[in-house]
Design a protein around this ligand. Structure first.
Ligand code: SF4
Length: 365
């Protein structure tokens, strides 16, 4: 199939008809995805409005910027105020810390530089060997291999890393323990799955009897994944299926996984809105501690204020409410002036809903 076929209105219509045929007539069915790009497709193509009224697609913790705890932003600010130049991605600079975001700290004298990749951070540090730089490494399994690659290459000594990489499957597992969510199926993220493959999701059907579909990002991908999930629910089976076969292999990206394994160990870590999740965070291995900003600069902040007063990000991040249910949505909290982390990153659910507000209706079929 060509890319345009994955946006084909005729095909979409056929799948929507099948979804209506197959979906249970009474009970509410809750399908949870954990990917900002899935949310973008669902919101911008008006997919929710095409579904039966009892099929609810909820957005889980799929935005890497949204779930960074305030304490790590506070650490980044402290490092920058202590004299290091803090290098980060544009979205990361706007994430709220306990009091300030990095961009607000810049106005108070903190030295912040925005880059597009970790490779850029290395180049910046190489150019000025007498200055200290810290790269704020945020992201899921998709960006962790790039950080690992640079660490393993032994970058210049004047660069260290504030590692904030997190792993998706442990967060999915945590979601299943939130009793009143009652998820009926998972749509697993495509980008992350290209790296980790299918195997880490086996636990969901095997242990939790949870239908799990790895899906791509085009509207046809998402509609197919919803159909596949509903079919499993109807047939009372729970298996792991791969809708995104054109990009995701069973083993994922073996080289990328090796890089992650060589540079990092898996530890427990805090997620904004979710609390502490066992085995969900990456930390540099002992042999690379010279590049660990915590070790090198002696900065460690255990707690911060993750959720500002009035913000409902802790509920949006787990899909318990939709952004429009937050009283601050598009009033006190806008993409231009975000209050909570979900309004900051391009993968944040509130930010996506803000940008898709005029488009939450079927526009392609
Ligand atoms: Fe938080 Fe703003 Fe979203 Fe409300 S609209 S949940 S304040 S990010």
């Amino acid at each position: 199939m060509l890319l345009k076929d994955f946006r084909d209105p005729w095909l979409a219509k056929r799948i929507v008809e099948k979804i209506h045929e197959i979906s249970p007539k009474k009970d509410v069915v809750k399908i949870c995805h954990v990917c900002g790009t899935h949310e973008w497709t669902i919101s911008h193509y008006g997919i929710r409005s095409l579904l039966p009224s009892n099929v609810d697609v909820i957005a889980g913790p799929g935005c890497p910027v949204c779930i960074v705890p305030a304490s790590e932003v506070d650490e980044a600010i402290e490092l920058a105020l202590k004299g290091a130049t803090l290098i980060c991605f544009g979205d990361a600079a706007r994430v709220p810390g306990s009091q300030l975001s990095l961009i607000e700290a810049k106005a108070k004298g903190a030295d912040i530089q925005i880059v597009y990749s970790v490779m850029d951070a290395v180049k910046v540090a190489e150019k000025e060997p007498n200055r200290e730089f810290v790269f704020f490494a945020i992201g899921f399994e998709t960006t962790a291999p790039l950080t690992a690659y640079e660490v393993l290459k032994k970058p210049p000594r004047n660069l260290s890393f504030l590692i904030s990489h997190r792993l998706i499957p442990p967060a999915m597992e945590l979601m299943l323990g939130i009793g009143d969510l009652q998820i009926d199926a998972f749509i697993a993220p495509g980008h992350v799955s290209t790296i980790i493959g299918l195997e880490p999701y086996e636990v969901f059907p095997k242990v939790y009897r949870m239908p799990t579909i790895v899906a791509g990002f085009e509207p046809i991908d998402v509609l197919l994944a919803i159909y596949m999930a509903l079919k499993q629910i109807k047939n009372r089976i729970a298996i792991l299926e791969n809708e995104y076969k054109r990009a995701v292999k069973w083993d994922g990206n073996v080289k990328a996984k090796e890089l992650i394994k060589k540079a990092f160990k898996v530890v427990s870590g805090n997620w904004r809105g979710l609390g502490r999740i066992p085995d969900s965070t990456l930390a540099l291995r002992e042999e690379y501690l010279e590049y660990d900003a915590h070790e090198k600069h002696g900065v460690r902040i255990e707690r911060g204020m993750d959720i500002p007063p009035g913000c409902q990000c802790h509920l949006v991040i787990i899909g318990k409410i939709k952004p429009i249910e937050c009283p601050l949505f598009m009033k006190a909290c806008t993409p231009q002036k975000p209050v909570g982390s979900c309004m900051v990153g391009i993968e944040g659910t509130c930010r996506i809903w803000a940008s898709a507000r005029q488009e939450l209706k079927p526009k392609f079929i």
